[in-house]
Design a protein around this ligand. Structure first.
Ligand code: ZN
Length: 210
């Protein structure tokens, strides 16, 4: 067994998964480990964070958790870019409160919901490729953790960034969106786009009976 000082068990960051781990892999179902301050100071940690950001952008996705590339660390990266929003109309952007934000890295994040308000939208996952489902989540959350340099940071986010944070924080606890989704809404990405693309969320919920 690797000790905590040698964990994760790779010497060279290029040894990590080049493709994103898919559902069924045990690493997506276990609670990930805290990253220690000592681990954060190593060059391989910094290379690992870069690798995660690169993998998220290439996918492309708006968030990625370390277990998704095979490493059980409590580490998530997030970013939403204007080019990822081009297929959403104004209504969809407004309802989702989806606004671009630059890359954020959270090590050992702890999330707390803010307020009682909850929202429900289709959500997908790079580890459940090709599918989406409707998931109800807190509209607003506060997250604390440290950034890639070890600085303590807090972020209070609402709307889509809050949803991404909850989705990624679930990953490091071994939870996937399919555990939380309204099962009757489960759909291929293509079907969901064809049936519901551009439509108001209330209409989608009515059509799905949820
Ligand atoms: Zn995911």
């Amino acid at each position: 067994m690797p000790t905590s000082s040698t964990f994760p068990p790779f010497a060279d960051p290029t040894e990590i998964e080049s493709s994103i781990v898919q559902v069924g892999a045990p690493v997506l179902r276990s609670r990930a480990h805290d990253v220690s301050p000592e681990q954060m100071q190593t060059p391989s940690f910094r290379a690992f964070v870069e690798r995660m950001i690169e993998t998220m952008r290439k996918a492309p996705g708006v968030g990625l958790a370390a277990p998704q590339i095979g490493v059980p660390w409590r580490l998530i990266v997030l970013e939403d870019r204007p080019d990822l929003l081009v297929n959403l109309n104004d209504l969809e952007r407004r309802e989702r409160e989806r606004v671009p934000f630059s890359v954020r890295v959270f090590v050992n994040p702890v999330l707390t919901p803010v307020g009682e308000e909850r929202t429900m939208f289709f959500e997908g996952c790079l580890s459940v490729k090709g599918f989406v489902g409707m998931v109800e989540r807190a509209r607003e959350v506060e997250v604390t953790g440290v950034d890639e340099r070890g600085q303590v940071q807090t972020w209070r986010a609402a709307g889509w960034p809050a949803r991404i944070l909850q989705h990624e924080a679930d990953h490091i606890d071994g939870t996937l969106y399919v555990d939380r989704m309204k099962t009757r809404s489960f759909s291929t990405v293509d079907q969901a786009k064809e049936r519901f693309g551009g439509k108001p969320i209330e209409e989608i919920r009515r059509a799905l009976g949820i």
